[in-house]
Design a protein around this ligand. Structure first.
Ligand code: SF4
Ligand code: SF4
Length: 198
């Protein structure tokens, strides 16, 4: 039996009015109204988050860990994505540097032991992607595997395109592995005792 997939979107039933707006926007027809509530079919959901944006009643929500989860690990690493920095106004290099410093400082103040930028892993993913394209192994035109929702969309709705997907881990996965490995060897700690949080 295939392992149950983790999903990052869930339904708050008491807020759902069964209006069907989210159904119309779901790219994989993963939502069905049953007993007046818009339930998600886990086998078809690609975690694109479109239904979260669509629902005016805020009945579809992103699944997140609470800050208390940090206590479950001996060490924790924050993995800020470029989109986190992009939410602050930037008018030149000085702003960029100060936003970077402030975000880093805020994450450490929250209780993380280290911060590892996903952007570094994105550079590595780009390099591996280029090598794969040049090797000619993957069927052309090649499709990037950087976005997990796109990969899942192809698996669920367009399986004939699977052979066009580049076999490269997404940046977030590369970042998590590298961050844990680096921290583990620096501080002599088992990687299984380290929690990495996006
Ligand atoms: S989740 Fe929101 S958009 Fe979807 S049916 Fe319920 S209330 Fe409507
Ligand atoms: S996250 Fe995307 S695929 Fe999943 S139920 Fe919502 S709209 Fe559909």
């Amino acid at each position: 039996m295939a392992p149950e997939r983790f999903h990052s979107v869930s339904l708050l039933e008491d807020r759902c009015r069964g209006c069907t707006n989210c159904i119309k926007r779901c790219p994989t027809e993963a939502i069905r109204v049953r007993e007046g509530k818009a339930r998600i079919n886990a086998d078809r959901c690609i975690d694109c988050g479109e239904c979260i944006k669509t629902c005016d009643n805020h009945a579809k929500v992103a699944v997140t860990d609470s800050i208390e989860r940090l206590k479950d690990f001996k060490a924790t690493i924050a993995l800020p994505a470029p989109s986190l920095y992009g939410q602050f106004d930037q008018h030149g290099m000085d702003d960029v540097k100060s936003i970077y410093r402030n975000v880093m400082g805020a994450l450490m103040a929250l209780g993380f032991d280290a911060v590892y930028d996903v952007a570094y892993a994105a550079d590595i993913a780009s390099l591996i992607t280029r090598i794969h394209i040049e090797s000619g192994v993957t069927e052309k035109p090649c499709i990037s595997s950087a976005c997990p929702a796109v990969v899942r969309l192809i698996q669920v709705r367009f399986p004939s395109l699977i052979s066009h997907l580049l076999p490269v881990d997404p940046p977030i996965q590369i970042a998590g592995k590298l961050a844990k490995k680096t921290y583990a060897s620096k501080f002599g700690i088992d990687v299984r005792d380290i929690g990495a949080f996006l």
